[in-house]
Design a protein around this ligand. Structure first.
Ligand SMILES: [Fe+2]
Length: 207
């Protein structure tokens, strides 16, 4: 049976300034662990679906909860790694205009992003509400939380200790500024406009 997911590599991370190779490599290994966990849980659920007596209802619900947590970790980390580095291009007008329309200015948006991230111990996202088009900076305290239905993340910041403590200690504001300095704004613009070219196609497991 094919794996549900394959771990990705991110050549763009080589151009990130301010985060050490150790932090980035260890962080990528953590991400690979979530991919492996998601695959294991997916295989387990497939086996249970084919042979129901392998697990009771409580086990099934617990496994599904763990799978959602692992998949959320995979997708959060992939967007986080995607948007860093290779950042020498200016912010695309389509994104800058949307930010200005929602926040008044780029400066207001970045200040709101910084303050949201500073109060977060998990993930901070810029999301677009696909029903209204409104952008929001929101946060979740762990992988299993997601802003709300139909909110499409376009930018993701990892505020977990493992993402920064080796390089920045308790200086979280410096880490957040480092992330913002390393953003490749082309990527959030792609996610905003629905150009999914940089996202991995869904791999359907065969049974
Ligand atoms: Fe992380």
């Amino acid at each position: 049976m094919d794996s549900l997911l394959e771990p990705r590599t991110f050549a763009n991370l080589a151009s990130v300034a301010g985060l050490s190779r150790t932090t980035l490599d260890e962080h990528h290994q953590l991400y690979c662990g979530y991919v492996k966990k998601a695959n294991t849980l997916s295989d387990r659920l497939t086996a249970i679906q084919n042979t129901p007596q392998l697990a009771n209802a409580v086990d099934i619900v617990n496994i599904k909860g763990d799978l959602c947590f692992a998949l959320a970790a995979v997708r959060n980390h992939e967007m986080y790694f995607d948007i860093l580095g290779d950042h020498k291009t200016p912010i695309p007008h389509i994104l800058k205009d949307r930010i200005s329309a929602n926040f008044g200015s780029m400066e207001n948006y970045l200040e709101d992003l910084r303050r949201t991230a500073l109060g977060t111990r998990g993930w901070t996202w810029t999301v677009m509400d696909q029903l209204t088009g409104r952008l929001w900076n929101l946060s979740g305290q762990h992988n299993g939380l997601f802003p709300f239905w139909d909110a499409r993340p376009i930018l993701t910041l990892d505020l977990c200790d493992h993402a920064y403590f080796y390089d920045f200690g308790h200086h979280r504001a410096d880490y957040i500024n480092c992330l913002i300095d390393n953003l490749n704004w082309e990527k959030p613009a792609e996610f905003l406009t629905g150009d999914a070219a940089t996202r991995r196609p869904i791999t359907m497991a065969t049974t």
